[in-house]
Design a binder for this molecule. Structure first.
Ligand code: ADP
Ligand code: MG
Length: 235
């Protein structure tokens, strides 16, 4: 495919919790080399959309395709094997394993088994120093977030889904995260970032979708979309 052709496409996604409509006809495209952000108030449906893409929630209607293949019915682990990686809002690392062992597990769960991937990923996330041999338990949140990201990246994902990746990070850690995500996009990964931190989104995203009440209500480049929200992001 050409660089701009979408890799992951969602069409007319509807999702319900009991009688409540959480997604009401959402379309979304994720393309290689692009960082797509989804923002919106609490309860807008951002995480629900995320779960439909990751395979942890089956939409009531609509389709999710990867490279043209309909994956709507595939569970999360099958999507991981196809190259769709995700992080968790609650950290998901194995506390008793070391940093390097956590990353090795991720490499085994992913799309490619490449011996160099673990070392490359540890380096990319700045985890190749002495910290690599420490058990994950007890490491600071910022470090654990990097371990979690390294774990999913070691599997060589084509699509990376991130729900609130900046949660709990300090300013320096957010800046470091932004650099890593930009490097991944430059390498051809298709990224989705669901994020509260509009300053991060303003500096990071190629395109922003604003959700409200289960729908995408505005889309465009961050400068235009975030200014229209009147949030002051990008000030
Ligand atoms: P966001 O991530 O944008 O804050 P969510 O996708 O988590 O929004 O939630 C969208 C709506 O669906 C909210 O009104 C929320 O209360 C509701 N919701 C989310 N998860 C569940 C669930 N498991 N059961 C019932 N309602 C839910
Ligand atoms: Mg959420």
């Amino acid at each position: 495919p050409t660089p701009s052709a979408p890799l992951l496409t969602a069409r007319r996604l509807h999702a319900r919790y009991g009688g409540f409509t959480a997604l009401d006809g959402v379309d979304l495209d994720l393309s290689p080399g692009r960082i797509t952000a989804v923002v919106g108030p609490n309860g807008a449906g951002k995480s629900t959309l995320f779960h439909c893409l990751a395979g942890t929630l089956r939409p009531a209607r609509g389709t999710v395709r990867l490279g043209g293949r309909d994956i709507t019915a595939l569970p999360a682990h099958a999507r991981t094997r196809l190259g769709i990686a995700r992080t968790f809002q609650q950290l998901a690392v194995f506390p008793s394993l070391t940093v390097a062992e956590n990353v090795r597990v991720g490499a085994e769960q992913g799309r490619v088994t490449d011996r160099g991937a673990v070392e490359r990923t540890l380096r990319l996330l700045g985890l190749d120093g002495p910290v690599r041999a420490l058990p994950a338990a007890g490491l600071p949140t910022g470090t654990l977030r990097r371990v979690e990201l390294a774990r999913v990246l070691a599997g060589g994902p084509r699509v990376l889904l991130l729900d609130e990746p900046a949660a709990g990070l300090d300013t320096a850690e957010v800046a470091a995260l932004a650099r890593v995500l930009k490097a991944l996009a430059a390498d051809g990964t298709a990224l989705l970032v669901v994020e509260h931190d509009l300053d991060l989104v303003a500096g990071l995203a190629d395109v922003v979708h604003v959700m409200n009440a289960g729908r995408i209500v505005a889309s465009g480049p961050p400068g235009r979309v975030l200014d229209a929200l009147g949030t002051g992001a990008g000030r």
